[in-house]
Every structure is written in structure tokens, then in C-alpha cells.
Design a binder for this molecule. Structure first.
Ligand SMILES: O=C(O)CC[C@@H](O)C(=O)O
Ligand SMILES: [Zn+2]
Length: 571
């Protein structure tokens, strides 16, 4: 494979394009100064002159993608989407109660009494919700696959209120389900039985922002998109970005160690979260809300809560490091003839784009089919077996555009990419991202969705998709593969008209065994929640599970925090 590509890096940014023998003539006509128009445009034009129609198409400007007037990340951007008109809800009005579908037994927690309601009303006056209609949405997950039967939702505003609530519930042995935006994929944010729902929705204040360090301190219930807007107005960005940004809460993001679209560039929340405030199961407030980049004093306790899915404590505030906002963003949407070419494009991309690469996502042709079918989006390039979305983010428009242009030239010349299109203005960038970000939404409209979120070695990343198509045959409606290729993260999704136990039986444990055989992870970024808790053992040894149980027993001895989640049912 390496014979196709040069081992060398991008070379001199001021003259990179001119190094291509095909462009030499055109390059000599160009000024050697940083051009006013992006350099890739000049490279592109030169290539077009040579009659490469696919490049002409890329160069020729925006193609029309209907139905994308809304902001990027539509499945989560509109808070209405998760509960409303365009999710699977219109087809499946009733979601089966979780204990009716899954083998799970209620643990011996107390049942909320009238006295409890009165006591809780004193803690959060006017914010104890018992109206069945209001309780319906928070009892059901976004995918409409699990449903609890909680009779109470609490809406605290302050850490002290959360502390009072937990102290009370701990004493009374009442189970609690912490809930942020309820956008999770594994049934982690909805109750299984009658757990009290503790919503962070009203804990939505920014506490401080430092415009030199970029450290943001905020309450857990701030919506990710609102935070993005807040820091962007101050010249920074959030270090994470998700399709669910319009609904998800930062506390939930941290509790699930959400990955998303920027992880490739800015790393995981384990690195960017600087401090946390957490309320423990017994109501103790653990204030580790520091904003220090460096702090080697003792165990890094915040790491225990990042990714613990609300089972060890309730995150009430977050201190997070925001990177400076890039002044130049470009997106390339490319078609590749095969998965080997996708991988080689990634390799070339890392070598040639280096520090300006901010995302490398991929999707297969089936995904494109579904976003077209269910969302009316159109493919902006020639039909291809695979598509990649590459984003660059930097500070020098000429520099970035030239690097991108040279990279595109290289991948087109070598046949790794057969067609593509570019976006550098906000509207077009959003349009291109929507094709990738809205796959989840399209899948939800296709029927019942079986979701797998796997970390796999890059060269085996897509094998399971083909393997499953052959294994499942017509019993599955669609089998699709997409995801964060740059992070080695495959989103494998299978749809069927309705939930089917036999299809589930054909998928599991097969998918998990296959993944374990590659030493992969059975949950790359979505966590385990309720639906994946029993497969933890495929990715962690028994000793690790044992230590996790001991930690849980230490921090939440009565097991009241988000029970039935994350840890396997049986020891
Ligand atoms: O729906 C999925 O499987 C993935 C959702 C999300 O993690 C994404 O990357 O779009
Ligand atoms: Zn993802």
C-alpha cells in the first residue's frame, strides 16, 4: 500500500502545489506570495485545465443539498427532535417497559411515599414533578428503546439542593437516576424501574470564563451548544462537539466521557476536564473544581467520575479547558472506491495536513442511502462505496487552503479518492457535516436500531460490517458502518422493521466476541448504560470488574446511584 503514497510530509507550504509535476506549468504562473484566493483554488483550477472533471466538480462551487436550512447537528440541535415529530416516535407510540423486554429485577429500594414527596418539596419547592404527562419524556430514551416508570422528577438549581436530595434519598434508600439531556445511546440516562429522576436541566449557569487560559467553569446542566456559543463569542471553542449538541448537557458529556467529532484533535475529556464538583451518594459535596493545568497532588479523583455514568456520584459543575477558536475551517467531503483507500487517505491526510487536521470521519454507501431516503439529503459527490469527511482548522487561511489543496491533489492523483467537494463558508460546512452527523437520525427513522459502538484496529475496522451483512441476510433491513475513523471508532448499526429477539440473538454475542477477538472495545464512546452493562467483560479482565465493584461499594454502599447500569448484573 505504501507504494501508492510518498513517505514525505507536506513540504514547503509556500510552494507545495508547484511541486506536483502535473502542475508545474500552472504553478510557475502563480505569484509566490500567499495568494488572496486560497492556494488550493489555484491548484484546483490548474488541475481542471488538465481536464479532470471530477476536480472541476469540486472546484465549481456548492452543489445543492436540500433540507439543511437548520443548524448543524440536527438530530440533537433541535431540542424537539428527541421527543417529537421526526423521531421514530411517530411510528411507535408506545415503548415497551424495560423490565418487560429485558431480564432485570427491581432491587429492594424504598418506594417514594407521600411523605417523601413532601420532604423533597421542601428541598426544591415547586420543582418536584409528578404529573404523568410531564414524566413521560424523561422515562423514555432518545432512541425509544427503553422505558422506565419513575413517578418523580426533581429539578434542583444548586449543588446544595442536589446534596440535600441525595442525603435524603440515601437515608431513605431511594434509588436515583441522574439525567442530563437524555441523549444517550445505551439506556443509561432513563430509569429502569421507579428511580427518582434527578434532572440537571435548571443547573445551567456559566460560573466563570477566563479569556487568557480559556478555562470555562459551569454548572452541569449547561447545554453543549449554548456553551459553544458562549465561548465562541469570546474567541474559543468547546473541546468536544457532538451531533446531540443541541440537547446534551456538559455534565452528561463528562459523566459518559463523550467522544464526538473533535476528539482526534483535542483528545478526550479525560484530558480537557480540569476539575469537577461532584455530589456523592450520601450527599457529601466533593469540590475538586480546580482550573489548574498541572496538579500532581494525590490521586486524580475526578477521573473516577469521568465516564462513570452517574453510578459513583452526581456531577454538578465542570471546569474545562477550551482551545482557541480556529480562524479558518475547511471541510472536504470525498468519495473513496474502497475501505483500503479510506485508510490510505487517512494516512496521507495525517502526513500532509498534520497539525491542521481536526476531524476524519467516514461513512459507507448504505449510510448515504439512508440520509437520502429519510432526510432528503443529497449526495454532493459521485456515488461511491465510501465517503470521508475531513475537516481542517487553523489560523492561516492561505496556509491551510494550500495544504488542503496539495493533499487533495495527491489523493486524487493516486486514485485514493475519486470525487469530492469542499466547503469553507459556514453554511456549506454545516451542509457537509449534516451528511455525517445526521446518520443517527436517519437510522432512527428506518426502524428498530441495534447499535454497536466499537473500537477496533484500523485495518479490521470495517470487516465486521461485511461479515454481518452475509450473516444476517434479509433478516436485517440495513447494516451500516460509519464513525470516527481517526479515533479507530466504528459505529455499526443494524435496522429491522421492529425489535426482533431472533435478530438480536444473531447479533449478540457474535459482535462482542468478534470485537474481543481483535482486542477491541465493546463501547468506544457511548458507555455501557443499561443495555451494554453485561458485556463489560468482553473488554475488561475479571480483576478490573472486581475493582470496579469495590469502588462502587465504597462510594455508593447502598447502590442508589443509577442502579442497573454500567456494572454487570452478575458477579
Ligand atoms: O448512532 C450512532 O451509532 C452514533 C452516534 C454518534 O456517536 C455519532 O458519532 O454520530
Ligand atoms: Zn460517535
Amino acid at each position: 500500500m505504501s507504494a501508492l503514497l510518498p513517505e514525505s510530509g507536506p513540504g514547503d507550504p509556500g510552494s507545495g502545489c508547484q511541486r506536483s509535476p502535473k502542475l508545474r506549468g500552472a504553478g510557475m504562473m502563480m505569484p509566490r506570495l500567499v495568494p488572496r484566493w486560497p492556494a488550493w483554488l489555484f491548484c484546483w483550477r490548474a488541475a481542471c485545465i488538465q481536464g479532470a472533471s471530477v476536480r472541476q466538480k469540486m472546484w465549481a462551487g456548492p452543489s445543492k443539498i436540500p433540507g439543511l436550512g437548520g443548524p448543524r447537528g440536527a438530530w440533537g440541535t433541535s431540542p424537539l427532535v428527541p421527543r417529537g415529530s421526526c423521531s421514530a416516535s411517530s411510528r411507535t407510540p408506545e415503548v415497551t417497559l424495560t423490565p418487560e423486554r429485558y431480564p432485570v429485577r427491581r432491587l429492594p429500594f424504598s418506594v417514594v411515599s407521600e411523605d417523601d414527596l413532601a420532604a423533597l418539596e421542601r428541598v426544591v419547592p415547586g420543582r418536584v414533578i409528578t404529573d404523568p404527562e410531564e414524566l413521560e419524556p424523561p422515562n423514555v430514551d432518545w432512541l425509544r428503546t427503553v422505558r422506565g416508570s419513575s413517578k418523580v422528577l426533581l429539578r434542583p438549581r444548586t449543588t446544595q439542593e442536589v446534596a440535600h436530595i441525595l442525603r435524603y434519598c440515601h437515608e431513605r434508600n431511594l434509588a436515583v437516576n441522574p439525567q442530563g439531556g437524555n441523549t444517550g445511546m445505551v439506556g443509561g440516562s432513563t430509569p429502569v424501574f421507579d428511580e427518582i429522576i434527578l434532572s440537571t436541566a435548571l443547573m445551567n449557569q456559566v460560573l466563570s470564563f477566563h479569556d487568557v487560559s480559556g478555562v470555562l467553569v459551569c454548572q452541569a446542566g449547561c447545554v453543549l451548544e449554548a456553551l459553544s456559543q458562549y465561548v465562541e463569542e469570546r474567541g474559543f471553542i468547546m473541546p468536544l462537539d457532538l451531533g446531540a449538541k443541541g440537547s446534551c448537557h456538559i455534565g452528561g458529556n463528562v459523566a459518559t466521557n463523550a467522544g464526538g467529532l473533535r476528539l482526534l484533535r483535542y483528545g478526550s475529556l479525560r484530558g480537557t476536564v480540569l476539575g469537577l464538583e461532584v455530589v456523592m451518594a450520601d450527599g457529601t459535596v466533593l469540590n475538586c473544581l480546580t482550573s489548574l493545568r498541572k496538579d500532581n497532588t494525590g490521586y486524580d479523583l475526578k477521573q473516577l467520575f469521568i465516564g462513570s455514568e452517574g453510578t459513583l456520584g452526581v456531577i454538578t459543575a465542570v471546569s474545562i479547558l477550551c482551545p482557541p477558536k480556529p480562524s479558518t475551517v475547511n471541510v472536504a467531503f470525498l468519495g473513496c472506491p474502497g475501505f483500503a483507500e479510506v485508510l490510505q487517505t487517512f494516512r496521507t491526510c495525517r502526513a500532509m495536513l498534520g497539525e491542521i487536521l481536526s476531524a476524519f470521519e467516514f461513512m459507507d454507501a448504505e449510510c448515504m442511502k439512508l440520509v437520502r431516503l429519510h432526510l432528503g439529503l443529497s449526495c454532493p459527490v459521485q456515488e461511491s462505496p465510501f465517503y470521508v469527511l475531513i475537516e481542517t482548522a487553523g489560523s492561516g487561511p492561505g496556509h491551510d487552503a494550500e495544504k488542503l489543496g496539495c493533499f487533495l491533489e495527491q489523493v486524487l492523483d493516486s486514485g485514493l479518492v475519486t470525487d469530492g467537494t469542499l466547503g469553507s463558508d459556514e453554511r456549506r460546512i454545516k451542509m457537509l457535516w449534516a451528511l455525517r452527523e445526521r446518520i443517527t437520525e436517519a437510522l432512527s427513522r428506518d426502524g428498530y436500531v441495534y447499535k454497536y459502538d466499537l473500537s477496533l484496529p484500523l485495518d479490521r475496522l470495517y470487516d465486521l460490517v461485511g461479515d454481518l451483512r452475509a450473516r444476517l441476510g434479509p433478516s436485517a433491513k440495513h447494516v451500516v458502518g460509519y464513525g470516527h475513523l481517526g479515533d479507530g471508532n466504528l459505529h455499526l448499526n443494524v435496522t429491522s422493521e421492529a425489535f426482533s429477539t431472533s435478530l438480536l440473538g444473531a447479533l449478540e454475542p457474535y459482535v462482542y466476541e468478534w470485537t474481543a477477538g481483535q482486542r477491541g472495545s465493546v463501547s468506544a464512546e457511548h458507555g455501557l448504560g443499561f443495555k451494554k452493562k453485561d458485556v463489560l467483560g468482553y473488554s475488561k479482565p475479571p480483576e478490573a470488574l472486581q475493582l470496579m465493584r469495590q469502588l462502587k461499594a465504597l462510594l455508593d454502599p447502598k447502590g442508589i446511584l443509577n442502579p442497573y447500569k454500567m456494572l454487570p448484573t452478575h458477579a
